[in-house]
Design a protein around this ligand. Structure first.
Ligand SMILES: O=C[C@H](O)[C@H](O)[C@H](O)COP(=O)(O)O
Length: 222
């Protein structure tokens, strides 16, 4: 947790007065929301929009002024975690089920700051099952077509029920036995399947990657 905190606190320092900020989802993003809340309590003036109901709840509780994405022309910066980061800065996200809103918010941001601990750095994506958000309608067909792309696709469950995202969809966690060789191509192929709303591959989106360690944080250089 300390390493995640180091990355989160470094990212929170990048936020300047007057910025519109996207708040990510997950344990690392939560630490960034906390760090930002402390800065807001100290006088920083920002407007923020959240990538999940959970993050919105925390931000509200901790005194960060929230607006809907629709009220913002653009975002200056979004801070979010990731499940895997490869050497080309391609990401897998969605372990917490928030990938769709995360991708919408990140793509509306001038800067997308990714915060991770070193355990998230991989040479090839795919040891972490790729989350794909699918519509409940037709999901059996959709999963079949996902499987035809060479993965084992299983619907995510939570407490014995099918997991539902904040958008009311299911998540199919897709395991590719040999990992993901071509993330950019796979992202497009997945999204071309009817019934797929979006997938957790984030390609060419990260502006900065901050890696936390026990004693500090470093920025990856490309
Ligand atoms: O849907 C969740 C997000 O993509 C998270 O940012 C991702 O799963 C990383 O979460 P954590 O910081 O808890 O490892």
């Amino acid at each position: 947790m300390q390493a995640k905190r180091m990355a989160a606190e470094r990212a929170a320092q990048l936020v300047k007065d007057g910025m519109a900020v996207g708040l990510g989802t997950g344990s690392t993003a939560t630490l960034a929301i906390r760090a930002l809340a402390d800065r807001v309590a100290g006088g920083l003036r920002i407007r923020a929009t959240a990538t999940s109901e959970r993050s919105a709840q925390m931000a509200m509780q901790w005194g960060i002024p929230l607006v809907s994405l629709e009220e913002l022309e653009r975002l200056d910066l979004t801070i979010d975690g990731a499940d895997e980061v490869d050497p080309q800065w391609c990401l897998i996200k969605g372990g917490g089920g928030a990938l769709l809103r995360e991708k919408i918010v990140a793509s509306a941001s001038a800067q997308f700051i990714v915060i991770v601990d070193a355990s998230k750095l991989v040479t090839r994506l795919g040891a972490f099952p790729l989350p794909v958000e699918v519509t409940p309608f037709g999901h059996v067909q959709t999963l079949r077509r996902l499987g035809a792309l060479g993965c084992d696709a299983a619907l995510r469950e939570q407490e014995g029920q099918l997991y539902r995202t904040d958008n009311g969809h299911y998540i199919a966690d897709c395991r590719f036995a040999d990992g993901i060789a071509q993330p950019a191509e796979l992202e497009l192929r997945l999204n071309a399947i009817p019934g797929v709303v979006d997938n957790g591959l984030f390609v060419g989106m990260a502006s900065r990657i901050i890696v936390g360690h026990e004693e500090g944080a470093e920025e990856l250089v490309r």
